[in-house]
Design a protein around this ligand. Structure first.
Ligand code: SF4
Length: 358
């Protein structure tokens, strides 16, 4: 077919759809039907809109396209973790990870194809940035992973009588979510609204490397979801070495934005800290982290590193990890320790993509 590409139907608002039908002599309520198929039932083709007549479906197909993200490559880990690469309409790939715990699971999704920030420990950072994901492509990862969970055969994981539940959704996959702010917040709206998937915003976490001006914007928008800061080093001297973005926006600027967030929202946020062996895992590093945490009420997630080939970073050894955590706990900080999952399947986001490229 020649001419300009047809518009992705999921970029339209409900009002846009109403106008579309009204100018063609169709009833306005068709827009509500279509909207429900798109966002609540999250179908991925016009043919699936079975409550619409064939001519109406054809009308939509003549004017719009369906830019869906389709699950293509799946890797299953021995520990139950499932990683999926989704093929986008333009041939690009993004990754999502499902981390099960009996009939529930945490799903980690991507917000961009690649990432411009180039953090040195991160597989996605080695890819560079290609483009932002749309609201529809972000939502497709959620429904695609939910469906993957429902089909899993592990009897310890899914009770066939029960519906599969995503207990937590984290934006911790490929990309920096706050550099795709409009689409990420638009997707969260669809994921959490009664017009969409109806998931509680309390179960959604956006994890960011910490873009000061976007933290302030997010605070002004009064989000109902959780915010997590990927800190990984609590001094500029160390953070500059692993997160190039920190050189332009050092910790003083980040701290000021985080204080603003706390003042506006009165909410506690999470600080994520990956432990890299002999880099940021000494008791002196723990002391720096405790000092940073004195600025606001926080919860700490200490994360075991899932090594990325060629990064030069390794995981911390158990004795250093224990001493690091003990120090923080003695300072009365709330500390959760997260083991890395899916080590046998390159589950850190960007790893599968990187492997497919090479
Ligand atoms: S850690 Fe996050 S912000 Fe840094 S390069 Fe990876 S995806 Fe981008």
């Amino acid at each position: 077919m020649s001419g300009s590409p047809r518009q992705d139907i999921r970029s339209l608002t409900k009002a846009d759809l109403e106008d579309f039908f009204l100018v063609r002599g169709e009833k306005k309520f068709r827009a509500s039907q279509v909207y429900e198929w798109l966002w609540r039932k999250s179908i991925r083709s016009f043919d699936e809109m079975t409550s619409l007549s064939k001519p109406v479906r054809q009308l939509l197909e003549n004017h719009f396209s369906f830019c869906a993200a389709v699950p293509e490559i799946r890797q299953n880990s021995g520990d139950g973790t499932v990683k999926t690469a989704f093929r986008l309409h333009d041939g690009l790939l993004v990754e999502s990870v499902l981390i099960p715990s009996r009939e529930r699971a945490t799903v980690c999704i991507s917000s961009q194809v690649g990432c411009a920030l180039g953090c040195l420990f991160c597989a996605t950072g080695q890819l560079g940035f290609t483009r932002n994901l749309t609201v529809g492509e972000i939502l497709d990862q959620v429904t695609g992973m939910r469906d993957a969970g429902s089909r899993m055969q592990n009897p310890d994981f899914v009770n066939p009588e029960q519906e599969f539940i995503i207990s937590n959704l984290v934006f911790m996959g490929m990309g920096e979510p706050y550099l795709n702010y409009e689409n990420v917040t638009g997707a969260i709206e669809k994921i959490t609204s009664s017009d969409g998937l109806g998931m509680s915003p309390q179960r959604v976490t956006v994890s960011s490397v910490g873009i000061p001006k976007m933290i302030k914007k997010m605070a002004d928008d009064d989000p109902k979801y959780h915010f997590a800061l990927s800190l990984h080093a609590a001094t500029d001297a160390k953070r500059d070495q692993i997160i190039p973005f920190n050189k332009k926006h050092p910790l003083a600027e980040l701290t000021e934005a985080l204080k603003y967030y706390h003042k506006k929202t009165a909410r506690r946020f999470t600080i994520e800290y990956i432990l890299f062996g002999n880099f940021n895992d000494s008791v002196a590093d723990a002391k720096d982290l405790a000092l940073f945490c004195r600025n606001f009420p926080v919860k700490l997630n200490i994360i075991e590193y899932n090594p990325v080939t060629g990064s030069g970073f390794t995981k911390s050894d158990p004795d250093r990890t224990r001493a690091f955590i003990d120090f923080l706990e003695h300072r009365n900080l709330v500390v959760n320790v997260r083991q890395s999952r899916g080590k046998d399947i390159d589950a850190a986001c960007g790893q599968l993509h990187l492997k497919l490229k090479t």
